[in-house]
Design a protein around this ligand. Structure first.
Ligand code: ARG
Length: 283
């Protein structure tokens, strides 16, 4: 995109992060807005809650601070807090969901951020699904369009969050959000599944990140790219075993978790985690 603002902040270090999570107390698959969702398939909410608690415990165990958003009845996808906003240097761009089924989540995020004392909290005017499609990658935001977030929302995010936005195009409906096909590992390293992107976006990613970890089809389908990295530990689904080995070989510490019940809604660990980046550092 044109007229990119320049980011002069030093690269953040691996360290303690602040995350927003929401317990899946009202979790269900009542509608199908991505190919993984099948309302005819039974969902075990107790299992979802236990798996989610395991994820929260892992994040706390790594030394991170976990904040909680109050779950609301009638919003069965609310556990996926990553979609509710994007936070950069204390500035908050609250999401505007593509599907009416999730629209109510925006107001819940807006209330939480306002009550938590964040300044400059705005709701997007364009369709924008937060960190589902906008991933802060050091000096830039990697942003996807194709299924949910629009290119106009990328321009709005660049304006509102003050970081240059790189637009990527998703083409495989199974990878409908950027965080299902790409994960930011640290200030300048990423991992991704090339086949989820258009040929032009693949070329762009190759040019920007020649040393990226490339996921294989089986690990991508296991939601291995739906991972949360603090710059050293990478929390990812336990089924993505090949990717865990690739991460280890690249000097990261894979931390496997199991959230198969949430997968029935098309979500993994990263979808459940929204990073709250403060003014002074990553979180
Ligand atoms: N059922 C949700 C949806 O389709 C899942 C969202 C998963 N979140 C994510 N960050 N990919 O919107």
């Amino acid at each position: 995109m044109n007229a990119l603002p320049v980011d002069t902040r030093p690269p953040p270090r691996a360290g303690r992060r602040r995350y927003l999570l929401c317990p899946p107390e009202h979790f269900a698959v009542e509608y199908a807005i991505n190919p993984w969702m099948d309302p005819a398939q039974p969902v075990d909410r107790g299992a979802a809650l236990r798996q989610w608690e395991g994820l929260a415990a892992v994040l706390r165990g790594l030394g991170h601070r976990v904040e909680l958003l109050e779950p609301e009845p009638g919003l069965p996808d609310m556990v996926f807090t990553a979609n509710g906003a994007t936070v950069v240097a204390g500035r908050v761009l609250v999401a505007r969901f593509r599907h009416p089924e999730r629209a109510g989540e925006s107001a819940a995020h807006l209330r939480w951020f306002t009550a938590a004392g964040f300044r400059g909290v705005r709701t997007a005017t364009e369709v924008n699904e937060g960190e589902g499609d906008l991933l802060v990658a050091g000096p830039r935001i990697l942003a996807a369009s194709g299924f949910r977030t629009t290119a106009a929302a990328h321009r709005e995010a660049q304006r509102m969050l003050g970081l240059p936005v790189v637009t990527l195009e998703l083409t495989d409906p199974r990878y409908y959000h950027l965080d299902t096909a790409l994960a930011v590992l640290d200030h300048d390293r990423i991992m991704y599944y090339p086949q989820a992107f258009s040929p032009a976006s693949r070329r762009l990613l190759r040019r920007l990140y020649p040393d990226a970890i490339l996921a294989r089809a089986a690990d991508a389908a296991a939601f291995g790219l739906n991972a949360v990295s603090d710059g050293r530990h990478v929390v990812l689904p336990d089924a993505a075993r090949g990717l865990a080995e690739q991460l280890r070989a690249a000097g990261f510490e894979p931390v496997p978790v199991a959230v198969p019940e949430l997968r029935k809604a098309g979500g993994g660990p990263k979808c459940c985690v929204l990073e709250l980046r403060s003014e002074g550092g990553p979180s």
